[in-house]
Ligand binder design. Structure first.
Ligand code: PDD
Length: 280
């Protein structure tokens, strides 16, 4: 696989980063994941806007222009022959040459890393036909979940807990309400209305979420942006989640309780179709 490191396209074994890199030692960096379908990037502009915002919230500039990012994304997709999959990008505060809590001087070069992952069958994911099962877990992450940092230990722990308990993913709860999933935004459907938590610092501002809500509104679907509880989810007709890697994924069980028919519902199924049609 060819990867990108600070302007160079290299075989992955040759791409090396300092052990003092702030991303490695401090988790001081942000990332984006953009999906690739039919060799084309999905929602690219949205991912670029969020990247700039995440960097700015951490006092960092954007090391590349949107055109440079686009070029690098396309180069990697071509060089690695990605038809379906994703492009990962990460920007860290670079290598200060030592470990220190204080940020290094502003002219310290950031570390920019990109790679692709091929995932053939992404759009035809069989899980979308059966739906997935989730458990709830207290949201113990920090309170700036709107920044897409590389600090993913707690979501990884939650994912492992879900696996150990024989289900697919975990939904985080805080003060009795669902915040989001380990790596996705969450929704329920009741009496035809789509309910999802409003944007704030409590959740990541999903790019798939933004597109989906736009498509749903265009399709005259009713949307209610408000927090919901696990009990509400269990009593809902349907549930689903969105992310760049899952698109729209039906959820059929929450904490052991089957929702509605226990199968992917018509709204989630339709929204997945709409999302794939519109973004292709
Ligand atoms: N995760 N919430 C969290 C905590 C996420 O990590 C993600 C994305 C989302 C959905 O955002 P988007 O629709 O922009 O992908 C919501 C990516 C896919 C990941 O970490 O792999």
């Amino acid at each position: 696989r060819t990867v990108y490191l600070n302007g160079d396209y290299l075989p992955e074994a040759e791409a090396k980063v300092s052990i003092f890199d702030r991303g490695f030692v401090m988790g001081d960096g942000v990332y984006e994941v953009t999906s690739v379908l039919d060799g084309r990037l999905l929602d690219f502009a949205g991912h670029m806007r969020r990247l700039t915002r995440s960097l700015a919230e951490l006092g960092m500039g954007n090391p590349l222009t949107d055109d440079e990012w686009l070029h690098a994304h396309r180069q990697l997709v071509t060089l690695n022959d990605v038809t379906e999959g994703m492009v990962y990008l990460q920007v860290t505060r670079g290598n200060p040459g030592d470990r220190d809590f204080a940020y290094p001087p502003e002219d310290t070069p950031q570390t920019v890393v990109m790679f692709t992952q091929s995932k053939p069958g992404l759009a035809d994911n069989p899980q979308a036909k059966t739906g997935i099962r989730v458990i709830s877990i207290p949201d113990l992450r920090w309170h700036r979940r709107d920044i897409k940092t590389v600090q993913l230990l707690y979501p990884s722990m939650a994912k492992m807990e879900a696996k150990h308990r024989g289900v697919d993913d975990a939904w985080f709860t805080e003060d009795g309400f669902v915040t989001e999933g380990t790596s996705n935004n969450t929704y329920i459907v009741k009496d035809g209305r789509i309910v999802t938590r409003p944007l704030s610092n409590d959740i990541l501002h999903g790019i798939t979420r933004a597109s989906l809500l736009r498509y749903a509104a265009e399709a005259q679907m009713q949307i209610e942006e408000r927090p919901f509880t696990i009990a509400e989810a269990q009593a809902a007709d349907e549930a689903f989640l969105t992310s760049a890697s899952a698109f729209v994924m039906p959820v059929v069980e929450v904490d052991g309780v089957a929702l509605g028919s226990g199968r992917p519902g018509p709204v989630a199924t339709r929204l997945r179709e709409i999302y794939l049609e519109e973004s292709r």
